[in-house]
Design a binder for this molecule. Structure first.
Ligand SMILES: [Zn+2]
Length: 96
């Protein structure tokens, strides 16, 4: 029984040393696994029927900076004036 415990301890020490030696690779593998899991979650989210049924809204051009943004996310000023963000509205106000 004592020998078994000693062998177990030696194995644990060897495992510990190996883990310590390859800690960077292990961290990399863990990070890679996490990345894969995130990517898979993203795919599942983007493949949900809600997203597929949702028609992409028309793109509009920001009057201030020229960025193209979906109409439902743009800030509408009048019939033909859109801004991509609050910042662009603000800078347009101060420039005018
Ligand atoms: Zn803009």
């Amino acid at each position: 029984m004592r020998e078994f415990v000693i062998i177990l301890i030696v194995i644990l020490i060897l495992l510990g040393l190996t883990a310590y030696k390859y800690r960077r690779q292990i961290a990399m593998i863990i990070g890679f696994g996490k990345m894969l899991r995130d990517a898979r979650a993203d795919i599942r989210r983007s493949a949900s029927p809600r997203r597929i049924d949702h028609e992409p809204s028309e793109l509009v051009c920001c009057t201030r900076c020229g960025t193209w943004v979906p109409q439902d996310r743009a800030i509408r000023f009048d019939a033909k004036t859109y801004y991509c963000s609050q910042d662009c509205v603000r800078s347009a106000m101060t420039a005018a």
